[in-house]
Ligand binder design. Structure first.
Ligand code: SF4
Length: 467
């Protein structure tokens, strides 16, 4: 049985050098080729546990732990940032690893001071903060790719997805801080928990490298991203990246794929992403579940941002980005909704020119606070309002689609059969919006992006020919 120890630095006893045993069978099979990682672990027991966790993950991927600097393909230095003396010790340990090996990844508490580390040691390969296991492991992968493992490699690097290869959903947070009266999601999933920005970016980059052409950003409340973690910075490609709606959206836009934003609430800071749409960095598309337009109903629903003057906001957005498409969902027959409220919704729909809308007849959900609201709307009234809503929406949608005729636009192909291809424009999300039909185009492939000229429209779809 071979024993591989962590790198012991010249600082010797100052470090938590420990041994990690390598299971014999796998070790002998891989010994000649397995990539080796040196590990220097500084600081408290919590940091040591972090190191153990990273080593465990790397071992499970076939990496071996190097016993000295010379035998390591890359060295991870897990730093301490508690006191100035600990920071200096961390900088010294990084310097020693660079001098002895040259290929160094820094993680741990001092990782939050990336600029300071890079100021002293500009050659470090990557800097990640405490508890950023995924980022450290991914930095090791970048520095020394893992061995091919026929079992592990059955799972592609971007993970397994239930969507077609060319688009994927990217979840940026879980839970919700709002308490809409008709919804029980916060009681099921808890308050907002945002993922660190670099973790989201690493996943998005893996998806794009695997051939994904369109990233659909989702969460319960996308524009609230980062609020719970105070917009914490994390290191992405050597630069700090804030966990903030605008910053993340901009970084995603740099990956070169289509980026579509879902479940955005019209908080004031949403205005800031509209110029990114006008520049073509992200798709000119916002999915905002408005649910209603009457202030009384929105208040009873306890909707976030319900006080915003949304029709005026939308008009201002379209001044900046005339191509902006809006998708939304609405509820008719909410308790207390009067005919005036409903009429206000229809008028607003026409004024705001909502491109795509889904409409639900209100239903009580067990456990929702709206169940105790007075003014239940009779089922037949809900039904009648639903039909009026859909008729009004179809008119708006048909008029907006008609304006596309004659334009040359990019289309992402979803399906191809022997009659032609079906794709989507930048204004259409998969499954919920419309399609662009390219009759007779049988030589295309799903995932192709082609330039087409729009020739026809109805209230849902477009028809076009390759330009
Ligand atoms: S409807 Fe959406 S915003 Fe409102 S509580 Fe539910 S998940 Fe949160």
């Amino acid at each position: 049985m071979s024993t591989a120890s962590l790198v012991t630095t010249k600082a010797g006893t100052k470090l938590n050098a420990k041994t990690a045993s390598t299971p014999p069978a796998k070790a002998s099979a891989r010994k000649a080729h397995a990539p080796k990682v040196g590990f220097v672990s500084l600081g408290c027991p919590k940091a040591l546990v972090d190191s153990e966790r990273i080593i465990t993950r790397l071992r499970s991927e076939g990496y071996e732990v190097a016993g000295d600097y010379k035998g390591a393909d890359v060295v991870v230095v897990n730093t301490c940032g508690f006191l100035d003396s600990a920071k200096q010790e961390s900088l010294d340990a990084i310097g020693e690893a660079i001098a002895e090996n040259g290929r160094v990844i820094v993680t741990g508490c001092m990782g939050v001071e990336e600029a300071r580390i890079r100021g002293v040691h500009p050659d470090v390969l990557a800097v990640t903060g405490p508890h950023q296991y995924e980022q450290v492991v991914s930095a090791v992968h970048d520095a020394v790719p893992p061995l091919h493992d026929p079992y592990v490699d059955l799972v592609p690097p971007e993970g397994l997805h239930l969507t077609p290869r060319h688009y994927a959903y990217l979840k940026i947070s879980e839970g919700c801080n709002n308490r809409c009266s008709f919804c029980i999601i916060p009681s099921l999933r808890g308050d907002l928990v945002s993922r660190p920005a670099n973790q989201v970016m690493a996943e998005a980059e893996r998806l794009v490298k695997a051939g994904v052409k369109e990233i659909l950003v989702i969460s319960q409340d996308t524009s609230a991203y980062g609020l719970d973690i105070k917009y914490a910075e994390s290191a992405w490609k050597g630069e700090p990246l804030k966990a903030r709606f605008l910053d993340l959206t901009r970084a995603l836009g740099d990956l070169g794929a289509w980026v579509r934003l879902h479940y955005v609430y019209p908080y004031p800071h949403v205005d800031d992403v509209i110029p990114l749409m006008a520049e073509g960095k992200i798709l000119p598309y916002l999915d905002i579940p408005f649910q209603h337009a009457s202030p009384a109903v929105l208040k009873a629903m306890r909707r976030p941002a319900h006080q915003e003057k949304t029709a005026a906001r939308i008009a201002a957005w379209r001044k900046v980005c005339p191509d902006l498409a809006l998708r939304s969902t609405f509820i008719v027959g909410f308790p207390g909704e009067t005919e005036e409220d409903f009429q206000m919704l229809l008028d607003w729909l026409k004024e705001a020119r909502i491109n795509r809308a889904g409409c639900f007849k209100y239903e009580a959900v067990e456990g929702a606070t709206a169940n105790s609201l007075p003014g239940a709307v009779p089922e037949e009234v809900k039904e009648e309002r639903w039909h009026r809503f859909m008729a009004a929406q179809q008119k708006v949608s048909a008029a907006l689609l008609k304006e596309r005729i004659g334009r040359t636009i990019p289309v992402l192909i979803d399906e191809v059969d022997d009659e032609g291809s079906i794709g989507r424009s930048q204004w259409d999300a998969p499954e919920i919006d419309g399609s662009v039909y390219l009759n007779g185009e049988t030589a295309l492939k799903p995932g192709d992006i082609v330039s087409v000229r729009v020739t026809e429209s109805d209230e849902t779809d477009l028809w076009a020919e390759v330009a």
